[in-house]
Design a protein around this ligand. Structure first.
Ligand code: HEM
Length: 182
């Protein structure tokens, strides 16, 4: 997993839980990288999972809620670091449509070893008109995706009701997010 994800995790932990919290996490988890993350590095994604599990224990907050909060944080960071994708898209739905065939494609050019999920989408007409975004990944970060979707709609000042359905097939985690205008 790319270093930017780790450096932003450290920044979220320090700003939301205080500087000592990250040291406490490192003491408990003792990751192989020793926690010296840089934005250009690549690290074992299990290190992030272990740190989130430890943070969950230390701050008594369930893991899914923390991963979701991290998605909100990453969405804000992406809108500041990769603003052109947001300007180009112009709306939440157009932005979400562009993840798989444009945004993550560009991410892969920047980071050829990126471990990216697969997204597909559909505009469903009936029984209720909505936009459906289908997430698939071996990593099971659908809570992160939800935070990213919500921060995207916050960026565009749009509001949606989001229904979510999760399942696992073999080692692939699936989630469908159904967005209806609120
Ligand atoms: C400008 C916008 C975006 C950028 C620059 C971006 C970039 C990235 C990067 C760098 C990674 C890490 C890859 C790795 O560590 O190997 C990643 C992973 C991921 N991205 Fe994006 N992304 C963007 C938008 C989105 C949006 C809107 C969603 C969800 C709706 C999304 C969902 C995910 C998820 C869930 C992962 C974690 C890996 C997985 O689940 O397999 N991304 N993205």
């Amino acid at each position: 997993m790319k270093g930017i994800v780790f450096t932003e995790f450290v920044s979220m932990v320090e700003s939301q839980f205080g500087e000592d919290m990250f040291d406490d996490i490192l003491d408990a988890v003792q990751p192989k990288s020793e926690g010296a993350y840089t934005a250009v590095g690549t690290y074992d994604h299990q290190e992030l999972v272990d740190m989130v599990v430890e943070l969950s224990k230390l701050c008594d907050t369930p893991v899914p809620a923390l991963v979701h909060a991290f998605g909100l944080h990453m969405g804000k960071v992406f809108s500041e670091k990769f603003t052109s994708f947001f300007i180009e898209a112009g709306s939440t739905i157009k932005f979400l449509e562009a993840i798989d065939n444009h945004i993550h494609v560009e991410v892969r050019k920047l980071y050829p070893d990126a471990e990216l999920p697969v997204f597909s989408f559909e505009h469903v007409e009936s029984p209720t008109e909505h936009f459906a975004l289908h997430y698939q990944s071996t990593r099971g970060f659908a809570d992160l995706a939800l935070g990213l979707i919500e921060s995207t709609s916050a960026y565009f000042g749009e509001t949606f009701n989001i229904d979510r359905e999760d399942w696992v097939e073999g080692d692939i985690h699936h989630a469908i997010f159904r967005l209806t205008s609120a």
